[in-house]
Design a protein around this ligand. Structure first.
Ligand code: AMP
Length: 405
């Protein structure tokens, strides 16, 4: 049997089919530019087929229909019938305060996802569309919602509350939620298995550094603090997001730069971070490192700001947990940039955090340790795999549902 993972966005649907038994990828792809000119479907399977076509796909429902056609295609397909799909796992960004674990989709669960529309207006509505499309095209197959926020539901109130009037939490639910939960949970579980120490005995600082960046303090398997907040804008410097900021800057921008809320929102989310700081019209760290290598000092400063913020959070979370056993780097930058890993850990030798230069420079796309033997803290590079993490949660949920029956 198979597990189909669906990640439905505002104009794209990403899909991956896993073997339920081996959790290996059998096929996957992406339908992008849905409902607009230039819709493209990419599909690849483990038989070596790699296809792209530009047939029009009007909406998420059609996209799911297209995905099933591809998976069951007599020539390129990998399954004979959609009945071979044991369950569908959906990536859902926001589960609010109620969703502490992955959940079998019911009308009640859908209503909770809809209640969170205000909190994730760009993500939760397309996530529901993905669920509805699967209900139409894959009826009677269990659907599971896996929430990006769920892992952070263990945060204590003193970590999730802001210093705002309490009624804004009580009535409007303004609080820290945190994101990238599936990734943080997955890399921490992978770390524990890799170093052969139970997760319940470890204090881990997990650094997810991609285009979006967040750091989480994972104390004995539980997220106890995380850098993203009410929205993914808070915390680290990111590709185009500013991260932590004095809120008074927002009023300054509105008053003195005459920016309306929409423009401020765009500036902070889309024009800031590495893109805004480096000023080379790219948010890609590789481009900024090349610019620095060619003597661009503004690019160099952007990288310093980026790495310094990471270091500050590593320090804060080490203290929040009363120590750290392992620092984990994951996602595009965390997995691929020795420079950022080195800069984030530089000068921490007296605290037992010592990177081994050659191990750090390694390029293997596997889980590996990069600390020097002189350091007591383990430092790891752990490739994240959010689709696989969702598939594992779906399989686990199916197993508990079956055993409870
Ligand atoms: P993600 O969102 O996890 O896919 O990460 C994407 C980001 O990873 C890109 O925007 C790049 O900044 C960064 N990245 C990928 N490969 C490298 C690399 N070899 N060196 C530095 N940064 C990289």
């Amino acid at each position: 049997m198979y597990i189909l993972i669906i990640n439905a966005g505002s104009s794209s649907v990403k899909f991956t089919l896993f073997s339920k038994e081996t959790v290996e990828v059998i096929a996957g792809g992406l339908v992008e530019r849905i409902g607009i000119r230039g819709t493209t479907t990419h599909y690849r399977n483990n038989k070596g087929n790699d296809l792209s076509d530009e047939a029009r796909v009007a909406d998420t429902r059609e996209a799911v229909s297209r995905i099933i056609e591809l998976l069951t295609d007599p020539e390129y397909g990998v399954i004979q019938s959609k009945r071979q799909i044991a369950a569908i796992g959906h990536r859902v960004v926001h589960g609010g305060e109620k969703m502490k674990f992955a959940k079998l989709v019911t009308e009640k669960v859908k209503a909770t996802i809809q209640d969170c529309y205000e909190l994730a207006p760009l993500h939760n509505p397309p996530n529901i569309e993905g669920i509805n499309a699967c209900e139409v095209h894959l009826p009677n197959i269990p659907q599971v919602a896996v929430f990006d926020t769920a892992f952070h539901n263990s945060l204590p109130d003193y970590a999730y509350l802001y210093g705002l009037p309490y009624h804004l939490y009580a009535e409007d639910k303004i609080r820290r939620y945190g994101f990238h939960g599936t990734s943080h949970q997955y890399v921490c579980q992978t770390t524990a298995a890799f170093i052969n120490v139970p997760l319940t005995e470890l204090k881990i600082v997990s650094c997810h550094l991609g285009n979006g960046c967040s750091i989480t303090a994972v104390n004995r398997g539980q997220s106890i603090d995380t850098s993203m907040g009410f929205t993914p804008l808070e915390g680290l410097i990111m590709g185009t997001r500013c991260g932590d900021l004095d809120p008074a800057i927002v009023f300054y921008l509105m008053k003195h730069k005459k920016l309306d809320p929409e423009k401020v929102n765009r500036l902070l989310n889309k024009q800031s971070g590495l893109l805004g700081l480096a000023g080379i019209e790219s948010s890609d760290l590789r481009d900024i490192i090349s610019a620095m290598a060619q003597g661009n000092t503004q690019a160099e400063t952007a990288i310093k700001v980026f790495a310094y913020r990471i270091k500050k959070y590593i320090g804060a979370y080490t203290f929040a947990m009363g120590g750290v056993d392992a620092i984990v780097f994951t996602a595009g930058i965390g997995e691929n940039s020795p420079l950022i890993r080195e800069m984030a850990c530089r000068g921490l030798e007296d605290l037992g955090i010592v990177i081994h230069p050659e191990k750090n420079a390694g390029r293997e796309k596997i889980c590996r340790e990069i600390q020097d033997n002189a350091g007591k803290v383990k430092i790891l590079v752990v490739p994240t795999d959010e689709e696989k993490a969702i598939a594992l949660q779906v399989i686990e949920l199916l197993a508990t549902e079956t055993s409870e029956q």
